[in-house]
Design a protein around this ligand. Structure first.
Ligand SMILES: Nc1ncnc2c1ncn2[C@@H]1O[C@H](COP(=O)(O)OP(=O)(O)OP(=O)(O)O)[C@@H](O)[C@H]1O
Length: 356
């Protein structure tokens, strides 16, 4: 990374015995769309609030373009913010709301007018300038909140679950719009969500948090296809897990044995012979065939049709139940409960997980 716009160094925040932030280190690159993702209580909002300056950290420091801002009050950090509890001012019009950050910064009236118009155009809400917030839908209010956060051209935009109150279809539309805005403006976005699909679809990089510490970070493709541990594999998408005993490893080829089943796995990790490891296997990497076609016999237990894909639970005699996701347009086999099938996977499909 070229020199980061923002660095969080050894951030610690405790509430009694809870470590909401546990030695968090993070560099944010200029212009990136960075997402903080984790389950409820993992520390996402705490980290964003510490960056915003709403809470004081118990330890660690924050730098903005190499300048220490750890003790700088929020209003002097100059970040744009779209927070859950940071609603529009109900007694101000849309125009006044969007102009508010500029007014606080004592900008001249002509500049305020121009920037407000620009910000409203940006979120396609120019026609709504004279309405009151109560006369807008939830999605429109979110667009105005975004326009307000952007009106003063901040270097960094902090967004805490800005779409969580919206219905699924509108949320998906606004995800596209937010991503397009990000591409167009080149502003650094730090985005909090607990929605995995939202994180995967919008982010340049995802930070996965659990109990106040970073579990893994990377681009969506790396995190999804190369999860580091069980928590990440389980939290980001669905996974089958297989406990195996390691045989010999020759280069990248690992011999594995699990409950009477032997197979090879291609891996870039190094594993000692005789050790026990856990593998993650994504449902779409499992293959479903007629009996004898793939290498393990199994029986279909349950099928769930999802439109473009169908989810099939199969049972192998010793490995137990496995989840398979197949495209529904591939009709060489129609899975129904009770059907005898076979299952298999390519050697590069399983991922060797780390223990922690
Ligand atoms: N003001 C507070 N007082 C006491 N504990 C707090 C406070 N704020 C947060 N916590 C605790 O710190 C931990 C992290 O909370 P945080 O709100 O950052 O999680 P989160 O990942 O944003 O969760 P959610 O998705 O539910 O918003 C939680 O265990 C929470 O209960």
């Amino acid at each position: 990374m070229t020199s980061p716009i923002l660095s969080i160094n050894d951030a610690v925040k405790t509430y009694g015995s809870i470590r909401a932030l546990d030695q968090v280190n993070l560099d944010v690159a200029e212009g990136e769309f960075l997402t903080l993702l984790g389950p409820s209580g993992s520390g996402k909002t705490t980290l964003l609030s510490a960056i915003a300056g709403f809470i004081k950290m118990d330890g660690g420091s924050l730098t903005l373009r190499s300048e220490d801002i750890t003790n700088r009050p929020p209003e002097h950090r100059d970040f744009g913010m779209v927070f859950q509890g940071y609603a529009l001012f109900p007694t101000m019009t849309v125009r006044e709301n969007v102009g508010f950050p500029l007014k606080v910064r004592k900008k001249p009236a002509a500049e305020i007018q121009k920037k407000v118009n620009d910000a409203l155009e940006m979120v396609q809400m120019g026609a709504f300038a004279d309405r009151m917030p109560s006369q807008l839908s939830g999605g429109q209010q979110q667009r105005i909140a975004l326009a307000r956060a952007m009106s003063f051209s901040p270097q960094v935009l902090l967004l805490d679950e800005p779409l969580s109150a919206l219905d699924k279809k509108l949320r998906a539309d606004l995800q596209w719009e937010l991503k397009a805005l990000h591409n167009q403006l080149g502003v650094t976005f730090i985005y909090v969500t607990h929605d995995q699909d939202e994180a995967l679809s919008m982010s340049d990089r995802i930070i996965i948090l659990k109990d106040g510490s970073i579990q893994q970070q990377g681009d969506p493709n790396t995190l999804y296809n190369r999860p580091r541990n069980k928590f990440v594999a389980d939290f980001l998408g669905k996974s089958n897990f297989i406990d195996v005993t390691v045989g010999a490893q020759t280069g990248t080829t690992l011999q594995c044995a699990a409950k009477g089943v032997a197979f090879n796995v291609e891996t870039d990790t190094h594993n000692a012979a005789g050790s026990d490891v856990k593998l993650a296997l994504r449902p779409e990497r499992l293959k479903l065939g007629a009996p004898g076609e793939e290498f393990l016999p199994a029986v279909v237990k349950q099928v769930s049709y999802l439109g473009e894909r169908c989810q099939v639970i199969v049972k192998h005699e010793t490995l137990g139940e496995m989840l398979i996701s197949c495209p529904t347009w591939k009709t060489d086999i129609t899975p129904v409960a009770g059907l005898a099938v076979s299952i298999g996977w390519d050697p590069d499909a399983p991922v060797v997980l780390s223990e922690d």
